[in-house]
Design a protein around this ligand. Structure first.
Ligand code: G4P
Length: 296
């Protein structure tokens, strides 16, 4: 891909030591829960997944939660749900910002947790609600989802002085409690393609990548699959130019991003493209489709 070689996406937040610590924290909490909610970004379900998840959670039941489904292409989300189901994975799509899809999430999580909770009681344990925790990479919407699920219950406990914030449970279903601190996973940042897609969605800090390269590649991807959207949104009369730099210039021109002397302010145009993509103003867009056929 043009200019891709210029892109270097370092991830300053995740050194091996950090990853080990994150993994240890998750493993401690895993002992306490019956089911894990794996939060993914519905626009990039592959890039937003952690490569070691299965290894970390071992045989713990897992519910895949495709978040930010309001920003993703509904047909693609449906295809993803079917693809995950065909691999034997339970999955739901939600919008944690507006609180959509949460009833189905709780229902599925309760169902997945039930056998373990029942086994616990049969083994002589005191009957208790099933327990779950949320896992996901930064920015995927973990806090938003916890806040939505927990609602008022969480605010109440959090306000009590002297109440430690660690290991608090909030009731989110008739028989399901949620750990109110999520497990933070690291992304597969060593994979350049993954780094790129995370940069598109804003999951990687804006200051640590080459913004121009990211925007040009995003325009290339959108030009291929969502050309009409680009034409509409940026009022392009001409065909989408093959070279993304030309497309960026057209967008800048149409949006009045000009510097002295009438030249196009490409930096301003880049910001517009990124902001409009990330906020969904370019419409609902999915950047990764499930593999053809059944299995990944
Ligand atoms: P994290 O805990 O996993 O790091 O993620 P967090 O909940 O902080 O969410 C990261 C950003 O994603 C937030 O936006 C949040 O509002 C947004 N978000 C979370 N879930 C959804 C969703 O389902 N749909 C949409 N459209 N956005 C979602 P932000 O810009 O960082 O903050 P703000 O705009 O909420 O102030």
């Amino acid at each position: 891909m043009e200019r891709e070689e210029r892109l270097d996406v370092p991830n300053l937040q995740w050194f091996p030591g950090h990853m080990k610590k994150a993994q240890r924290l998750i493993e401690e909490n895993l002992k306490l829960v019956d089911v894990v909610l794996e939060l993914l970004d519905a626009r990039v379900p592959v890039a937003s997944a952690n490569p070691m998840l299965a290894e970390i959670i071992k045989d713990k039941p897992r519910l895949v939660v495709l978040n930010k489904s309001d920003l993703a292409d509904p047909a693609a989300t449906k295809a993803w749900l079917e693809s995950l189901a065909s691999r034997g994975l339970k999955a739901v799509a939600v919008d944690a910002q507006k609180g959509k899809g949460l009833k189905a999430l709780v229902r599925e999580a309760e169902e997945l947790a039930r056998p373990r909770a029942e086994k616990f009681v049969k083994a002589g344990g005191k009957a208790r609600a099933a327990r779950c925790m949320i896992l996901g990479i930064p920015n995927v919407g973990k806090s938003s989802l916890i806040n939505r699920l927990a609602g008022a219950a969480r605010t109440k406990t959090a306000d009590k002085p002297g109440v430690t914030r660690a290991k608090q449970w909030v009731k989110i279903g008739s028989s399901l409690d949620l750990l109110d601190t999520p497990g933070i996973l690291w992304p597969k940042f060593e994979d350049k393609e993954v780094g790129l897609r995370l940069a598109f969605t804003g999951a990687i800090n804006d200051n640590i990548y080459d913004r121009e390269a990211v925007v040009l590649i995003l325009l290339q991807v959108l030009g291929k699959r969502y050309a009409e959207r680009l034409r509409e949104r940026f009022k392009l009369k001409e065909d989408i130019p093959e070279r993304p730099m030309e497309l960026l210039a057209l967008i800048g021109r149409n949006r009045g991003c000009l510097v002295k002397g009438g030249e196009i302010d490409l930096e301003k145009a880049q910001n517009i493209v990124l902001q409009e993509f990330r906020s969904g103003r370019l419409g609902s867009v999915t950047l990764e489709m499930p593999p053809e056929g059944k299995k990944e």
